[in-house]
Design a protein around this ligand. Structure first.
Ligand SMILES: [Zn+2]
Length: 744
């Protein structure tokens, strides 16, 4: 109380001093992009972008479905507010702009924002902050430029934002970027106040822009059907707290003083005036201070995260400690999600840890210190909007478009075997599936090499993880294979950057590949070798130009030139190969599937033995054709036939054996009531031929012989399974005198 009386007197004295300068058109000093040092390369090249957000969706809250509906309504009802002109896709030197420029035919609204980044405790200079904001919008969240047209710092400096000149469309207002200009004031005005210098520059800039775009500041405009002043705060036009309470409450003063050309007049916060007048002032101010000392969790970017269903996106959160420090591993914020299919991982000491209910502090955070936390969000496979709450932050996740090629289904992550990190995550979360994982690891150590039947002059492969090529990280998911003489050459399209481990809360850093592996033209990887091995690590590869759905595979894809053709060989654990074996779909009885799983494993394992090669001199064990080996459909078949996968798992590692050796177990489709012996087929020296003597096959009577007729028939196995026989009995019938055993 004692101090507030002279302050009020001082403020009142100044309120009535109006600005002497002429109203209107004077252009305030605007610090150009060149002057503040905008890295113009970001307009055309990403340097380290990780997220794929949409510039048209500046951070707002509220249910997305409602907002999208509202937006569609507006587009239908007020098409003139959404008209754009003059699409510019390339810069003056012909380089493609990451965010193409579009222009509004006219501007209706000047929209005032805050950056929501608290100035208190931020030691950076305004220019440094401006550069960081620009890099964040342009690269970190991938827009290709800053969303605001202008930014005003606390000293009143006005920075030029979005590149492109008059009427260019920015990114600051969901569903309202067309016909509007966005001006952001640095600060978080939920907890701080703008400075008088900021107010003065804001008014000057608004006045200048009103003149530039012929807006009547004493009149009203109709935007999306709503009548308002041409000067609004973000929250007047969107669902957000922006520009923050302390700026929002003085917007009427800003409007009237701008219209009157009173740029130098003080802007007075009604709340602070009331507070100073109040006998409860002390109590209130103590309360306010306390509030300011509470820890704060915030995201610098949009709370709207958009990606393809099943994709992984990265977000950064900042945790600002309150009055007291926070110990290591303390619980920071609750995590709640609208679907438990939303995956959340927190990076702690370089490792990703599965988040179940809470974020934890990666390390000790001192009082008022800021801790940056990196999260990986995996969108569910179903395309729609989801909600994710972290502390008080509410994120809208939009899974849109085509699914990423590789499913992260529960089954897959359970059966995933090779990635140590993944296993660590499972262990960390004390996942009950741990034992299953270990079982799969134990039975999948034998690998098989299958030649795929696709060939082309150029083969394109997309992996669902960052792949390695011949042991080198590519930093890329897209690879192009091409024949170069008798060698296979691989290229990645992008600048070939590889993530390197970084200390906690530093941003992920990237280093270029060793020069030897670089393509001079693209900066991507280039490697030409007799064999190129693409390893998606724990992920999978899609041969994108193979025009069929069964074009996705687990394991390594090896490229070679054989007989002057580009050949792909899929190398993977035997059990994973069997999951994709397209011989017994789920339309067949389960015990028949189990019998075939064992027979197919025996057949493959027989040919994996160096003494029994099926294709002598060739660098593979089998191929994907049923005419030459066994039909193989990879991941597509697996996904369509979960019961078959179960049949393979339930017989994991089991084969047909005689005298301790693996029996090659031929099988075929149908016969006419009896099977054939190898001799009858003219197969000389067939191993264990006594096992395959001709058998009565009454379940197949009346059918035609299709296939070679030796060994187990599909029709007979089906008939016996339908009679209630077990796989073991069926196998015993067709492969006489053999045993079912584990792989030697
Ligand atoms: Zn805003």
């Amino acid at each position: 109380m004692r101090r507030s009386i002279p302050i009020i007197a001082f403020i009142l004295a100044l309120t009535f001093v109006s600005d002497a300068s002429a109203r209107g058109a004077m252009r305030p000093k605007i610090i150009s992009r060149a002057e503040w040092g905008a890295d113009e390369e970001l307009l055309t090249n990403s340097k380290n972008g990780t997220m794929s957000l949409n510039a048209s969706d500046a951070g707002e809250t509220g249910r997305l479905s409602d907002r999208a509906k509202e937006c569609n309504d507006w587009k239908r009802k007020y098409p003139q507010d959404f008209k754009k002109t003059n699409l510019v896709t390339h810069d003056s030197s012909g380089q493609k702009l990451r965010w193409a420029r579009e222009y509004s035919p006219g501007v209706k609204l000047l929209v005032v924002h805050h950056t929501a980044l608290k100035l208190a405790g931020d030691d950076r200079s305004p220019t440094e902050r401006m550069k960081a904001l620009y890099t964040y919008h342009a690269d970190k969240i991938g827009w290709g430029d800053i969303g605001y047209h202008f930014v005003i710092d606390e000293k009143g400096n006005i920075f030029e934002g979005r590149n492109g000149g008059k009427s260019v469309i920015g990114g600051h207002l969901y569903c309202g970027n067309t016909s509007t200009i966005g001006i952001a004031l640095m600060g978080n005005f939920e907890v701080e106040r703008p400075t008088q210098n900021q107010f003065r520059s804001l008014k000057q800039l608004l006045s200048y822009l009103a003149n530039e775009y012929a807006l009547n500041l004493n009149g009203k405009v109709r935007f999306h059907g709503k009548l308002s002043s041409p000067i609004v705060g973000h929250k007047d036009a969107g669902h957000t707290k922006c520009p923050g309470f302390n700026l929002d409450e003085v917007m009427p003063q800003i409007r009237s003083q701008t219209a009157a050309g009173k740029f130098g007049s003080l802007i007075i916060s009604p709340t602070s005036k009331r507070r100073q007048d109040s006998t409860y002032a002390r109590k209130l101010s103590r309360l306010t201070n306390l509030e300011a000392r509470q820890p704060i969790l915030r995201t610098v970017g949009s709370t709207e995260i958009i990606g393809r269903p099943g994709s992984n996106l990265y977000i950064q959160l900042q945790y600002i400690a309150g009055e007291s420090s926070v110990p290591r591993r303390a619980r920071l914020a609750r995590v709640e999600r609208s679907s438990n299919r939303i995956g959340v991982w927190q990076k702690i000491n370089g490792r990703e840890i599965l988040v179940r209910k809470e974020l934890i502090s990666p390390s000790k955070i001192k009082s008022r210190d800021t801790q940056v936390m990196q999260l990986r969000i995996q969108l569910p496979r179903q395309a729609r909007a989801y909600q994710l709450k972290i502390g008080d932050l509410s994120f809208t996740l939009r899974a849109e478009g085509r699914r990423v090629p590789l499913p992260e289904s529960a089954r897959e992550s359970r059966q995933r075997t090779s990635l140590v990190k993944e296993r660590a995550t499972i262990r960390e979360s004390q996942n009950q599936n741990e034992t299953i994982t270990h079982k799969a690891v134990a039975s999948s150590d034998k690998t098989i090499r299958i030649r795929l039947s696709y060939t082309n002059d150029i083969i394109k492969i997309e992996t669902n993880t960052l792949s390695k090529v011949n042991g080198q990280p590519t930093g890329s998911r897209n690879l192009t294979l091409q024949k170069e003489g008798n060698k296979c050459a691989v290229r990645t399209p992008h600048r070939n950057l590889v993530p390197v481990p970084t200390p906690k809360h530093a941003q992920q850093q990237y280093v270029p590949q060793p020069q030897s592996a670089q393509d001079r033209n693209t900066g991507g990887m280039y490697l030409s070798r007799e064999s190129i091995r693409i390893d998606p690590i724990s992920g999978t590869s899609t041969i994108t130009n193979w025009p069929r759905s069964a074009n996705r595979f687990r394991g390594v894809i090896e490229c070679r030139v054989i007989d002057n053709e580009l050949v792909l060989i899929n190398e993977l654990p035997l059990e994973q190969y069997l999951w994709g074996l397209a011989e017994e779909p789920d339309s067949e009885p389960y015990e028949k599937q189990r019998a075939f799983a064992i027979a197919a494993r025996s057949y493959a394992a027989h040919y994996m033995h160096p003494k029994n090669v099926k294709f002598p001199g060739m660098p593979y064990d089998g191929d994907d054709s049923p005419a030459r080996f066994q039909a193989y459909g990879g991941l597509h078949f697996e996904e369509k036939n979960p019961r078959w996968v179960k049949a393979v798992d339930s017989t994991s590692g089991l084969i047909i054996s005689k005298y301790g050796k693996i029996v090659k177990t031929p099988y075929f489709s149908t016969d006419d009531g009896r099977t054939r012996s190898p001799e009858e087929r003219g197969w000389k020296g067939f191993p264990f031929s006594e096992v395959f003597n001709s058998n009565a096959d009454p379940w197949c009577k009346g059918m035609k012989l299709r296939g070679h007729g030796v060994g187990m028939s599909g029709c007979g196995a089906e008939g016996q399974a339908n009679e209630g026989k077990k796989a073991e009995e069926i196998l015993d019938y067709y492969y006489r005198g053999t045993e079912i055993k584990g792989l030697p």
